[in-house]
Write a protein that binds this ligand. Structure first.
Ligand SMILES: Nc1ncnc2c1ncn2[C@@H]1O[C@H](COP(=O)(O)OP(=O)(O)OP(=O)(O)O)[C@@H](O)[C@H]1O
Ligand SMILES: [Mg+2]
Length: 723
C-alpha cells in the first residue's frame, strides 16, 4: 500500500491519529469506530513514512490471535515483513523477555509456564502440605488471592497482614506456593507479568536498553489493562513519550480479573497524553448501534462518547422467547440453516454466550443440523485432557523438576501407585525441600518405600528415563509420537472405546502434527531445544486457533472472547436474569455495570443482523428453572426490537380438552397427532393432546397427562406414541 492509500481509507480523525507527530496519545472511541484499524495503519505509517525500524516498535494486543492478525495486516499494508517488531499480548511479551533474560530474572533456562489448571492443582497440594483444612481454605480462593496480589505487583513480603489472621494464612499459602514454583522452575500467568516488571526494576541497564530500543509503543484494548501491566508500560514507555493507546471505557469487561478502567485517565495524566476521539462507527447498522448505545447509557460514570453511523437502519433486532433451552438451541440452528440456504457463509455467524458451559446444547443442535462449528477460545486444543497428559510426559522428560507434570502423570495410565505412596513422596519432598522427582530417587535409594510401591515407583522413574533416552535424538514430532506410544497413553485411550476415545486419539495424532509444523522463533528461542520451545508455545497458545481452521464454520464463543471481533450475523443467547446478568452480579452495581458493558460488547459485534434469545425455562444443574428475561432486553428501546414468538404464529392456543369436531380431526402440521388424541409418554404415562404450537422441527404439543398434569413437549424430542 502506498502512503496515500494508507490514509485514504480513513476519516479525518483517524488520519489525525495515524499521521500525528510522535507524542503520547489516547484514542478513545466506541465499538467499531476503527480503533484497531488506526493502530494497524499507524504502524504502517511509522515504518513507511517515518522510516522507523520495525525493531523499534512494540505493539500490545489482547489475544495471541489478534497479535497474529495485526502482524498480518501490517505486513500486508507495507508489502513486506516486519522482522524485529514485537507484537503480542502483555503475557506473551513478558514471557519473551524472561526467556531472553532468564538469568537476570533468576529463572532456570528451561522454566515452563504453568496454566491455570495446573496452578490450581499445585495450590491444592500446597494447602494440603500446610495441613490446612481444604474446606476452609479452598484452593480456588487461594488462587484468586495469589493472582490478585501478583496483578497488583505484590510479593508476600509486601503484604501487611499483621492484624488479619485470615490474610496471614493466605500469605503463607502464597509464599509456600511461590517457593514450590521457584524450585520447580514454573511460572504462572500472573508471575510472567510480575517477573518481567521486577526484571526491569532490578536491572536499570536492561530497562534502559529496552527504553532505547522501543521508541514506539502501541496498545490495543487498553481499558482492560491491570495494575502490573500499567506499571510495566509506564516503566518502558514514559521516557520517550511515544505511546499510543486505544480503548473504550464502555468495553472494559475484565474488572473481575483486576483490569482497571481508571488506567485510561491515569494514562492521560501520567503521560500527558493528547486525546483523540473517533465517533463514526463503520461496523453495524443504525438499529444495532443505536440499540447498543441506548443500553449502555444505563451505566454511570462513563467517559462519554458519541457514536453514529452512516449506515442504513438495517433489519430490526430479533428477540426470540424460547420456551426452554432446547427450543432456543433449535431455533438458532434453524435460523443459521436458513442463513446458509440464502447463500451466506457460516464463517459470518457467531453464537455468543455468557459462560462456556452454555455451549454444549448449542453444539448439540448444530451437530444435529449438520452445521460445522468451531469453539473459539473454549475447549482449547492444548487444554484437552489427553493433550495435557501427553504434554506432561514431554515436560517431565524435559525437566524432572516439573512437579505439576509429575503429579499429573505419575499414575496415568494407572500403574498401581496409590495415594499412600504419593503422600509419602510428597512428605519426603517437603521435608527435604526437594522436588517430587528427587524425592522418588531419594526414597528408592534409601529403601524407604514398601515393597509394591517401591516397585511401581521405580518402574515409573525408569519409564521416564527410558523415554528420554530413546527419544532425545529424534525430531520433535517423532519424539512426541514416541512418547505418546510408549508412555501407555495411546493404549489407555484406545481402550476407552467409543467416539470420545476416537476423538482423543485424533487429538493425540494432531499433537504430533502440531510438533511437525512448529517453527522456532529465532530471536528468542534459538538457544532452546525445540522441545522446550514447543512446550512453552503450547502453554501460551492454549489452542487459540482450532484444528479445522480452514473449514467454513459457525463460531461459538463466550461474550468475553468476542472482544474486538465482528460478524455479519450474531446471536446472543440465554438473555435471562441469573444467566446474563449473572446471578452474582444482580445485586452489586459495580458488577452489574460490567455485565452491561459485556452486553454492549456482544451487541456491537454484529454488523448486519442481531438475534437475542432467552428461554422461559431452563434446566440448570439438573433442575428446571424459570427465569425472567434479562433486564438488558428491557433497556433496549422497543423500536429496535422485533419479537418472534411461536405462539403468535399458530392458531389460538386452547386450554381445555374440548374441541370442535373440525379441529379434532386435523393432524397438526404432519406431527402425526390429532387434537384430543390419546398418547403415551415414557416418563409421564398416558395423556390427551390438547394443543399444538410452532411449525416443522419446532412443533410442540400440549398434553394433559393423567398423573402429571399439562405439559408442552417438543414433538421431535418427546417420543410420544399414539395409543
Ligand atoms: N474509515 C473507515 N472506512 C471504512 N471502514 C472502516 C473505517 N474505519 C474502520 N473501518 C471498518 O470498521 C470495522 C471496525 O473497525 P475496528 O475493528 O478497527 O474498530 P474498533 O474500534 O477497534 O472496534 P472494537 O471497539 O470492537 O475493537 C472494521 O471492519 C474496519 O475495517
Ligand atoms: Mg478493536
Amino acid at each position: 500500500m502506498d502512503v496515500s492509500e494508507l490514509l485514504d481509507s480513513l476519516n479525518d480523525k483517524q488520519r489525525d491519529a495515524v499521521a500525528a507527530p510522535s507524542k503520547n496519545m489516547l484514542v478513545l472511541a466506541g465499538a467499531g469506530s476503527g480503533k484497531t484499524r488506526v493502530l494497524v495503519h499507524r504502524i504502517a505509517w511509522l515504518v513507511q513514512v517515518e522510516q522507523i525500524s520495525p525493531h523499534s516498535i512494540l505493539s500490545v494486543t489482547f489475544t495471541n490471535k489478534a497479535a497474529a492478525e495485526m502482524r498480518g495486516r501490517v505486513e500486508q499494508s507495507i508489502g513486506g515483513n516486519i522482522h524485529g517488531m514485537w507484537v503480542g499480548t502483555f503475557h506473551g511479551l513478558a514471557h519473551r523477555l524472561l526467556r531472553m533474560h532468564f538469568q537476570e530474572a533468576k529463572l532456570p533456562q528451561t522454566f515452563q509456564v504453568l496454566d491455570s489448571d495446573d496452578q490450581l492443582r499445585m495450590i491444592k497440594r500446597v494447602v494440603r502440605s500446610l495441613q490446612l483444612d481444604e474446606k476452609k481454605w479452598p484452593a480456588k480462593q487461594a488462587m484468586y488471592y495469589i493472582n490478585g496480589k501478583k496483578d497488583e505487583g505484590l510479593r508476600p513480603q509486601h503484604i501487611d497482614c499483621q492484624f488479619d489472621p485470615t490474610e496471614q494464612t493466605f500469605v503463607k499459602i502464597y509464599q509456600t506456593y511461590q517457593d514450590t514454583c521457584d524450585r520447580a522452575g514454573l511460572v504462572d500467568f500472573a508471575e510472567l507479568l510480575l517477573r518481567a516488571h521486577e526484571l526491569w526494576l532490578n536491572n536499570p541497564i536492561l530497562l534502559e536498553h529496552y527504553q532505547q530500543r522501543f521508541t514506539r509503543i502501541l496498545v490495543d484494548e487498553f481499558q482492560d489493562t491491570n495494575a502490573i501491566q500499567y506499571a510495566w508500560l509506564n516503566m518502558l514507555g514514559k521516557k520517550h513519550g511515544n505511546v499510543m493507546i486505544v480503548g473504550d471505557d464502555d468495553q472494559s469487561i475484565y474488572g473481575w480479573r483486576g483490569a482497571k478502567i481508571e488506567n485510561i485517565q491515569r494514562f492521560v495524566k501520567d503521560f500527558d497524553a493528547e486525546t483523540i476521539r473517533l465517533e463514526q462507527n463503520y461496523r453495524s447498522t443504525a438499529n444495532i448501534l443505536n440499540a447498543a448505545n441506548a443500553l449502555i447509557t444505563n451505566n454511570n460514570n462513563r467517559l462519554g462518547k458519541d457514536l453514529w453511523t452512516e449506515d442504513d437502519a438495517g433489519e430490526t433486532i430479533s428477540l426470540y422467547t424460547a420456551f426452554n433451552e432446547i427450543d432456543e438451541a433449535r431455533f438458532i440452528s434453524g435460523r443459521i440453516k436458513q442463513w446458509l440456504e440464502e447463500g451466506n457463509s457460516l464463517d459470518d455467524v457467531a453464537l455468543l454466550y455468557r459462560s462456556n458451559a452454555q455451549s454444549r446444547l448449542l453444539e448439540e443442535a448444530l451437530l444435529q443440523a449438520r452445521l460445522p462449528y468451531r469453539i473459539y477460545g473454549g475447549l482449547r486444543f492444548f487444554e484437552r485432557q489427553e493433550i495435557k497428559d501427553a504434554l506432561a510426559y514431554l515436560r517431565l522428560i524435559n525437566n524432572r523438576n516439573d512437579d505439576a507434570s509429575f503429579e499429573r502423570i505419575v499414575n496415568t495410565p494407572t500403574r498401581g501407585i496409590g495415594n499412600k505412596a504419593l503422600t509419602l513422596i510428597r512428605d519426603c519432598a517437603r521435608s527435604q525441600g526437594s522436588t517430587l522427582w528427587d524425592a522418588c530417587l531419594h526414597m528408592i535409594e534409601q529403601n524407604e518405600l514398601a515393597g509394591r510401591s517401591a516397585k511401581t515407583i521405580k518402574a515409573f522413574v525408569d519409564l521416564i528415563v527410558q523415554l528420554e533416552d530413546d527419544s532425545s535424538n529424534l525430531n520433535l514430532d517423532q519424539q512426541a509420537n514416541h512418547v505418546i506410544q510408549h508412555s501407555g497413553l495411546k493404549a489407555m485411550y484406545q481402550a476407552e472405546k467409543g467416539e470420545r476415545a476416537a476423538a482423543r486419539i485424533e487429538n493425540l495424532n494432531e499433537l504430533v502434527t502440531a510438533c511437525s509444523t512448529y517453527e522456532v522463533d529465532p530471536e528468542v528461542e534459538d538457544e532452546l531445544t525445540p522441545l522446550t520451545a514447543f512446550l512453552t508455545h503450547a502453554s501460551l497458545e492454549a489452542g487459540e486457533s482450532q484444528a479445522d481452521e480452514y473449514e467454513s464454520a459457525v463460531q461459538l464463543m463466550t461474550l468475553h472472547s468476542a472482544k474486538g471481533l465482528e460478524f455479519p450475523l450474531v446471536f446472543i443467547v440465554g438473555m435471562e436474569e441469573g444467566m446474563f446478568p449473572s446471578q452474582q452480579s444482580a445485586e452489586d452495581i459495580v458488577r452489574l455495570e460490567e455485565e452491561r458493558r459485556l452486553c454492549y460488547v456482544g451487541m456491537t459485534r454484529a454488523m448486519k443482523k442481531l438475534y437475542l434469545t432467552h428461554a422461559e425455562s431452563r434446566r440448570l444443574y439438573g433442575q428446571e428453572k424459570y427465569h425472567r428475561q434479562s433486564r438488558f432486553l428491557k433497556e433496549i428501546p422497543d423500536k429496535f426490537i422485533d419479537e418472534i414468538r411461536m405462539k403468535n404464529q399458530v392458531a389460538k392456543p386452547k386450554t381445555t380438552g374440548r374441541f370442535s369436531n373440525t379441529i379434532t380431526m386435523e393432524t397438526f402440521e404432519n406431527t402425526g397427532f390429532k387434537l384430543g388424541q390419546q398418547v403415551m409418554h415414557q416418563k409421564f404415562g398416558e395423556g390427551v393432546v390438547l394443543n399444538f404450537e410452532g411449525t416443522g422441527a419446532q412443533s410442540r404439543v400440549q398434553v394433559n397427562f393423567s398423573d402429571h398434569g399439562t405439559k408442552w413437549l417438543v414433538v421431535a424430542y418427546a417420543r410420544l406414541e399414539a395409543i
